[in-house]
Design a protein around this ligand. Structure first.
Ligand SMILES: [Zn+2]
Length: 246
């Protein structure tokens, strides 16, 4: 039995999602069971090498082949439940994601805050060319400055984009309920966001396959299981009372 999250009609929900929400969409996580790098330690070594930051050609070599797989992936019931709740609940629903698969956006969620960028977009490795949806998966020159384009994701050793970081913290200060899904509650960024939300007085919930070890004192409710099974039950938009329909 999953009791739905209770919010006032003018309440604010902030959701943080990680790799666990996209597993049912056949998007492999980078780390952990079945992870892209768990099966290929050499790829992980290259992905975390400082050299990568200066070599757009190598970024393409590593991440280019993942793009067609992400294009084929489709949003699952967890992504859809979040998008539906944003549309139908009447509440202010914000979403911060660590994922680079773009599935929240494709499910219809509006204004996703992407902490780690989006693998299906490209940007210039040098100039301020705005990131764009890219149908090609190979290195080529920027139309403005001629430097190489690169996938618009945050690499190891790079900062979270300033705008996304600010948006996440401004949302955390204002939320009535903080919900983490498919991410460990005890490492960055979930650990930091939940602590802030808790200190600002929000209720806090985590949905994940694995129990937190050690348990975080800042999550009041832990629900263990698959996001695609739990979120449709947890995010039940408030239904109109029969009297309101008359
Ligand atoms: Zn450029």
């Amino acid at each position: 039995m999953i009791n739905p999250i209770q919010l006032d009609p003018d309440g604010t929900l902030l959701v943080l999602t990680g790799a666990g929400i996209s597993v049912a969409s056949s998007v492999r996580p980078f780390r952990g069971q079945g992870g892209v790098w768990t099966d290929d330690p050499e790829a992980e070594r290259r992905a975390t090498s400082p050299e990568l930051l200066h070599r757009p050609d190598l970024i393409w070599e590593l991440y280019g082949p993942l793009r067609p797989l992400m294009r084929k992936a489709t949003p699952n019931p967890a992504h859809l439940a979040l998008a539906r709740f944003q549309k139908e609940s009447g509440c202010d629903v914000r979403l911060v994601t660590q994922n680079v698969d773009g599935l929240h956006h494709r499910a219809g969620f509006e204004n996703v805050i992407e902490l780690h960028g989006n693998l299906l977009r490209s940007r210039c490795s040098q100039c301020d060319l705005p990131p764009f949806e890219d149908a090609e998966d190979r290195p080529r020159p920027c139309p403005v400055c001629g430097a190489l384009l690169r996938p618009d994701i945050v690499l190891f050793g790079e900062q979270i984009p300033e705008k996304a970081g600010e948006a996440a913290f401004s949302a955390v200060m204002r939320c009535d309920h903080f919900l983490a899904v498919g991410t460990s509650g005890i490492v960055f960024p979930a650990a930091l966001l939940v602590q802030s939300a808790f200190n600002y007085g929000a209720a806090t919930t985590i949905v994940n396959l694995e129990p937190m070890d050690p348990p975080s004192p800042f999550f009041q409710r832990e629900i263990l299981g698959r996001a695609e099974e739990i979120l449709p039950l947890l995010l039940e938009p408030p239904t109109l009372k029969p009297s309101a329909l008359l």
